[in-house]
Design a protein around this ligand. Structure first.
Ligand code: MN
Length: 427
């Protein structure tokens, strides 16, 4: 562990009395609605969201990238940073790796992760940029390229990601593509989709029985006229064509402004095709801002659907929760901790919704009271639950202040030189 336990305990001790008072007050408040605060705290303990390995580096925009202090040099540094995030928040038990950015000996990766109490979430393939010594270019696409050799190369890369993931204990592959077009007429959209499906079917064949293949729709970028998996409809078609081991990943930033994402969540889940999430927030497009930083109510409404589904389907409902964001002006560790806590907050707030009352208001078409029922849960300050949960599990009541006190960033910056340019990418 990179943060001294004594520092965490000392900081927790200084806040323990105030937390006790706040927790008891919230407990009384919730008891009036027959909600047992201990049971809710237990739910918070069981919640986890994966950290994307690429998220611990500083991102960039199409303008520039300003490297931060002590950025990770390689995947082992990235795992150290992820370990700190989990140590303090106790809400991020897994890491999602990206190949080839995180290429390393799988056994060494496993050993490192074990030492940090981390596991591995979905593997992410990369056929949206050329790698060193790569024979065929992805400039005009990968799995849907017009050239069969390029498609084969992209399929092989995805299969390699599965092979690495098997050693690491991962159970899913997220297929990252930049395929699309920038000009009307540039591609035959129907034939391009056929080629995509044909390639993905080959990848699907290599998928172990207990794995999932995630397709992630994205409205635009890097292609600006059309993308091969443009919307949730395309994503659903792909997952249906491939079979039961394929499902859809919803990245909150990959929609047009004001699209009702919670409705998409409900639709995909209704037909068994909701695979998981990339959580982030946005104002205009795929802004990759910290989860809950712009529209926390939308995050809550997404979790309102997810908790409803969880209550109906129990253990059969296990979507993969991941963060996917880019940090241009903040310390990535602080932003990821903040996002993990916001996602956990939305989950707990959604767990407070009086579902019986909501259902009755819906049946009686009482729109006002139905909306009020959701708002009542959303307005509840669940900080004491989240704080108690972290403290009970050995984490910090206030992760960001402990992190700052620890001087972790300054310490690692002494061994990690500043990297100019960009080795990260956010999709
Ligand atoms: Mn994403």
């Amino acid at each position: 562990m990179r943060i001294q336990s004594e520092l965490i305990h000392e900081n927790n001790r200084s806040q323990a009395d105030a937390l006790e008072a706040d927790y008891n007050a919230l407990g009384e408040h919730l008891q009036r609605s027959s909600i047992d605060i201990e049971a809710v705290t237990q739910r918070a303990s069981q919640f986890g969201v994966a950290i994307p390995s690429w998220g611990v580096g500083t991102g960039g925009t199409r303008f520039a990238r300003f490297p931060g202090l002590g950025e990770p040099r390689h995947v082992f540094d990235k795992l150290d940073d992820c370990g700190v995030i989990h140590q303090l928040t106790r809400a991020t038990p897994t890491v999602s790796l990206h190949i080839p950015w995180d290429d390393a000996n799988p056994n060494e990766l496993l050993e490192k992760a074990n030492s940090l109490e981390l596991g591995f979430d979905a593997m992410n393939s990369n056929t949206f940029q050329n790698q060193e010594n790569q024979q065929h270019s992805y400039k005009f696409g990968s799995v849907s390229h017009t050239d069969v050799a390029t498609r084969e190369q992209a399929v092989e890369h995805n299969i390699r990601c599965i092979e690495i993931g098997k050693t690491l204990g991962s159970k899913a592959l997220t297929v990252w593509v930049g395929d699309g077009s920038n000009f009307p007429g540039q591609t035959h959209m129907g034939r391009q989709f056929d080629r995509y499906l044909d390639s993905l079917k080959q990848v699907y064949t290599a998928l172990p029985d207990d794995w999932q293949l995630f397709t992630e729709h994205k409205m635009y970028e890097p292609a600006f006229y059309s993308t091969v998996v443009q919307d949730w409809g395309s994503s659903y078609l792909i997952a249906s064509e491939l079979g039961p081991k394929a499902s859809c990943l919803v990245d909150l930033g990959h929609h047009a402004p004001n699209v009702n994402i919670e409705m998409i969540v409900s639709r995909l889940a209704r037909f068994g095709k909701l695979g998981g999430f990339h959580f982030n927030d946005s104002k205009y497009g795929d802004d990759d801002l910290d989860a809950g930083s712009i529209d926390p109510y939308r995050l809550f409404l997404v979790f309102n659907e997810l908790v409803d589904l969880e209550l109906q389907q129990g253990d059969n409902f296990r979507p993969a929760y991941m963060l996917d964001q880019s940090h241009n002006v903040t310390d990535p560790i602080e932003s990821l901790m903040s996002s993990a806590m916001e996602v956990q907050r939305a989950y707990i707030q959604a767990s407070l919704v009086d579902r019986e009352a909501l259902s009755n208001y819906q049946l009686n078409n009482d729109a006002l009271m139905a909306a009020q029922t959701l708002k009542q849960a959303f307005r509840t300050n669940v900080d004491p639950i989240l704080q108690r949960c972290r403290m009970n599990n050995g984490g910090a009541i206030d992760p960001i202040s402990v992190y700052r006190e620890s001087q972790y960033r300054q310490t690692v910056s002494e061994e990690r030189p500043v990297v100019l340019g960009s080795s990260s990418g956010i999709v």
